[in-house]
Write a protein that binds this ligand. Structure first.
Ligand SMILES: [Zn+2]
Ligand SMILES: [Zn+2]
Length: 274
């Protein structure tokens, strides 16, 4: 019996021991890491992810990038912002939701590598406009069930980091998500509007006259954030509501839209051997 009881303990000890001596592989590119680190991602991947969005034409409000100026109206506003005048004042994003940045966000969010919050927040600081004044920072909330499943709110850790770096007051409980809404991508404008109805709660007059900066990891259609902005203005009394995200769905790469390919062990091994 003693031998049976000992086996799991020995295996666990061996696992811990080998990890101390041999650092893990990079969770992004699967190449072996050269040194022990709290962040299981190699420097090369962190550098590749630091690729800010570049566009010749951008919407003056939501900063969505376009290949040509014809989509924007005379005020430089895109059709989505034109259709939703009460939405966000501004939406800034560091990069496109693509390539290494997309993989890094997946590692942070779905593989729960919360030590990435610091390096990722540095990208948010880079994307923060220097000529704007904000009164407070608030994370986009998750529904409690989703947060329970994930173990943390990825937006909340980022918001705390940005607040620490900038000194802008952090308000973690400003918005509450009371409804778990299904994904917005692929829905029509009308369907997105009804999908986000009643998703959030905010206390009456909780942010009178304030410019609120919401923080999230990814901006997809922007409909959820726009619904939060409307509520913060109408019920919370905010004067302005903007959002800062790590990455945004980039319509210029529409041909790439689709589920993230599963990063299998086979592929990881191939990448490591390359
Ligand atoms: Zn790597
Ligand atoms: Zn726009």
């Amino acid at each position: 019996m003693a031998g049976v009881a000992l086996r799991p303990a020995r295996t666990a000890f061996h696992g811990l021991f080998s990890r101390l001596i041999f650092p893990d592989n990079c969770r992004c590119c699967a190449k072996p890491l050269q040194k022990l680190t709290r962040i299981p991602v190699c420097q090369e991947c962190l550098d590749l992810a630091a690729c800010p969005i570049e566009a010749e034409y951008q919407c003056a409000r939501c900063r969505a990038p376009f290949l040509n100026p014809e989509t924007l109206n005379d005020d430089g506003i895109c059709p989505a912002c034109h259709a939703e005048p009460e939405g966000l004042d501004y939406a800034w994003s560091y990069g496109s939701y693509d390539g290494t940045l997309r993989r890094l966000i997946h590692v942070y969010k779905y593989e729960r590598v919360d030590t990435l919050a610091g390096p990722l927040a540095r990208l948010l600081i880079d994307a923060l406009p220097r000529d704007e004044q904000f009164d407070l920072i608030a994370p986009m909330p998750l529904h409690w069930r989703k947060q329970w499943d994930r173990g943390f709110n990825q937006a909340d850790l980022l918001a705390r980091e940005v607040a620490d770096w900038t000194g802008i007051p952090y308000e973690g409980r400003l918005l509450r998500r009371v409804k778990a809404s299904p994904a917005q991508a692929g829905l029509s404008f009308a369907a997105r509007q009804s999908n986000v109805k009643g998703v959030f709660r905010v206390r009456r007059n909780s942010v009178p006259g304030k410019h609120v900066l919401l923080i999230d990891d990814v901006l997809t259609t922007g409909a959820t954030a726009a619904s939060a902005a409307r509520l913060l203005r109408r019920t919370g009394g905010a004067s302005r509501v903007s959002i800062l995200t790590l990455a945004r769905a980039d319509r210029r790469f529409a041909w790439k839209v689709g589920p993230e390919p599963i990063y299998t062990k086979k592929r990881a091994a191939r990448a490591a051997g390359a």
